[in-house]
Design a protein around this ligand. Structure first.
Ligand code: WTA
Length: 652
């Protein structure tokens, strides 16, 4: 891979500042430097030890069965994931400990103890069983950030029904595609949720999504009291079917490889991939990494992961990681600027949050709003700060440390993916001397490297592709229903070496620390959310006025990347106008969801293509980022770029 195109990323490689862990934190850290040596001496024994942090109904016979690229971990072992998150804490006398400190956007609150959460999950498990859900049936979850979301996850896990959560910001069409792919039976949703001060609807999207699908039952939580349409026999209010259920539920032990969830994520084609995660290995790594990377102490910490449960971060670090570790955690329903831009800091002050996990895009938004806002609040309880979802630029890293972490809380920049299930590369807060902008090194028990095109390690000082060189417990097991795509996407690129291809570019500095440089495929990262260029292109061309579309991710100071679309209109569509551009942006929002709305749509007369017809996005990125144009010699028609440039300059 050539040097990064993005100047901010080149700067990153000249970063030389170092920050040692605070002495007290280092002395009392959950995980010390020895863990690296211990894990490299015997990787499988290391993971067995971490698996023993959980409660098993039956021990495994074999730690890893590896038929590349198909892995089975803790073979023969049995466990119940929800028992690990609930029953065992209650049985150990911690039933009165608060599990969830929930804060609704309008300011309503709920505190739920472990004993209460177990009761709610048991009732919901009983209700799902009554509605005909059996182990193995897929259940869709399309909910706002309310306690019922966590309850729904754990109830599904309890009865062995894999859940597939769809982010509430996704459209009816996106929900329908996922329902069809998963062949799900039930959708759990709500009338709506609160976002930016007003109720937004969800049930209406479900009604639209499920016609002519396999969905038989819709379970609806009442949150906003909005008017909703109702189909008798199919739709059930949560309070009608859950509230009267018995408060206990006898859990069954499931195989370590029993499917726990399918989570859809964008790939390089228009069709999202259903990433399949199973139970024992996934929970082992989600639980261990939450314990190690955040130095989480259940007796004293108040933990807050500010992601949405619709993303993998919410799965692993709102639900399974923290609850398996008996955490007390904050869950916030709404946006950081509702009703005011100090909302996050107000919540941290109110609950005495000690660990905060959020995304670079959010940090850059706070930077834009100004340091005066966090300065008004008492943030002195914070002791570990996490970052996830995209590369964090050194400027945002330092701002986070200075203005949120009062200049001494360690920052853990955690690299991982929906596919990896849990954190893979990150500093350890009590061990690592941190470098602003570097995720640094693979965690104990994880093997990562940077290789060139031929799969050869680049060594210190080199750049190339990030690969994972050994199987790990929380790895995806396959793409739901599509083993071939699983092999092609992740394992064909470095087939000879047997490496997992992550799709990210990376550099290794002279110390061997890793600097992640963003995607190397046609996947964009918008505010930490993965969206494929093809997905947006196919949404655009589904509009009757669009003949062709090409989409690129352009560098954006706040969202990391922003979507810029180039469209060719159909002959009868007239001229490109502001109204038409607005119509196309809304069309994409309707097809995929508001997060996929292009920042910019440029109407152009032609698109740059190679002789084999492949769109050269690299050149479009040059235009979108106002850069000198790169090499055009491989274009079928090199003059096309002049036409595009001229068109863009005159605002056509
Ligand atoms: C990117 C989110 C740099 C990366 C957990 C990856 C990161 C994709 C980081 C996965 C990080 C995530 N530094 N890049 N700390 N964390 N990424 O599946 O490109 O939504 O491949 O999982 O986000 O996104 P996903």
């Amino acid at each position: 891979m050539s040097s990064p195109e993005n100047p901010a990323l080149s700067n990153l490689l000249h970063e030389t500042r170092r920050f040692e862990p605070p002495a007290a934190l280092a002395a009392g850290a959950n995980v010390k430097a020895e863990a690296y040596e211990q894990a490299s001496a015997d990787r499988l024994a290391f993971w067995e030890e971490q698996a023993r942090r959980l409660e098993w109904g039956q021990e495994w016979d074999q730690t890893l069965e590896w038929n590349p690229p198909f892995a089975k971990w803790f073979v023969g072992g049995k466990l119940n994931v929800s028992v690990n998150c609930l029953d065992r804490h209650v049985a150990a006398g911690r039933g009165d400990k608060i599990a969830l400190l929930w804060e609704g956007e309008p300011g309503d609150t709920r505190e739920i103890t472990y004993a209460e959460l177990l009761k709610e999950v048991s009732k919901t498990a009983n209700a799902l069983t009554e509605l005909g859900v059996q182990a193995g049936d897929r259940v869709m979850i399309y909910l706002p950030m309310i306690p019922e979301a966590v309850i729904a996850f754990l109830a599904c896990a309890r009865i062995g029904a894999p859940h597939s959560v769809v982010f509430g910001g996704f459209s009816a069409d996106s929900l329908r595609n996922r329902i069809n792919d998963a062949a799900a039976k039930v959708v759990i949703t709500a009338d709506g949720g609160y976002r930016r001060g007003k109720p937004s609807g969800l049930k209406a999207n479900v009604d639209e999504a499920i016609t002519d699908t396999s969905i038989e039952t819709v379970l609806v939580v009442r949150r906003t009291n909005q008017e909703v349409d109702w189909t008798e026999g199919r739709d059930h209010w949560w309070h009608d079917v859950v509230d009267h259920q018995p408060e206990t539920h006898q859990p069954e032990m499931f195989d370590a490889e029993h499917p726990l969830f399918i989570l859809y994520t964008s790939g390089t084609t228009a069709k999202p991939k259903g990433i399949l995660h199973t139970s024992g290995g996934y929970l082992t790594q989600a639980s261990y990494t939450h314990h190690a990377v955040f130095d989480h102490k259940p007796e004293t910490d108040i933990y807050w992961c500010a992601a949405d449960v619709g993303w993998v971060t919410g799965h692993s670090y709102i639900v399974y990681g923290p609850l398996s570790n008996g955490a007390t955690e904050v869950i916030y329903e709404g946006t950081p600027d509702t009703p005011h831009q100090g909302r996050f800091w107000e919540i941290i002050q109110k609950y005495g949050v000690t660990i905060l996990y959020t995304a670079p895009t959010t940090i850059r938004t706070f930077m834009k709003w100004g340091q005066d806002i966090p300065a008004k609040y008492d943030l002195s309880t914070l002791r570990v700060l996490g970052s996830v979802g995209e590369p964090i630029n050194p400027e945002a890293w330092i701002w986070y440390r200075d203005n949120v972490g009062h200049g001494n809380a360690p920052i853990v920049d955690t690299w991982w993916q929906t596919e990896t299930g849990a954190i893979m590369i990150s500093p350890l807060p009590g061990v690592t001397s941190t470098k602003p902008g570097s995720a640094q090194r693979a965690l104990p028990g994880i093997s990562a490297d940077v290789v060139d095109d031929t799969g050869k390690p680049v060594g210190n000082g080199g750049g190339g592709y990030l690969v994972l060189t050994e199987p790990w417990p929380a790895m995806l097991r396959t793409i739901w229903g599509d083993d071939e795509r699983f092999k092609d996407t992740y394992w064909s690129r470095f087939h000879d070496q047997g490496y997992y291809f992550a799709g990210d570019g990376a550099k290794k500095d002279e110390d061997g620390d890793l600097w992640l440089l963003g995607r190397v495929d046609d996947v964009m990262n918008i505010s930490g959310h993965r969206i494929s260029t093809t997905e947006v292109e196919s949404a655009l061309v589904s509009h009757p006025k669009v003949a062709e579309a090409a989409v690129v991710g352009a560098t954006d100071p706040t969202t990391g990347q922003a979507i810029v679309a180039f469209v060719i209109l159909r002959g009868n569509a007239g001229e490109g106008s502001d109204e038409l551009v607005a119509e196309l942006r809304n069309h994409v929002a309707k097809e995929i969801g508001p997060i996929a709305k292009p920042r910019q749509i440029l109407v152009v007369p032609e698109l740059p293509k190679t002789r084999s017809g492949k769109i050269m996005r690299r050149l479009l990125r040059d235009v979108a980022e106002n850069r000198q144009m790169g090499d055009v010699t491989t274009l079928a028609d090199p003059t096309v770029m002049n036409l595009i440039r001229d068109g863009v300059d005159t605002g056509a």
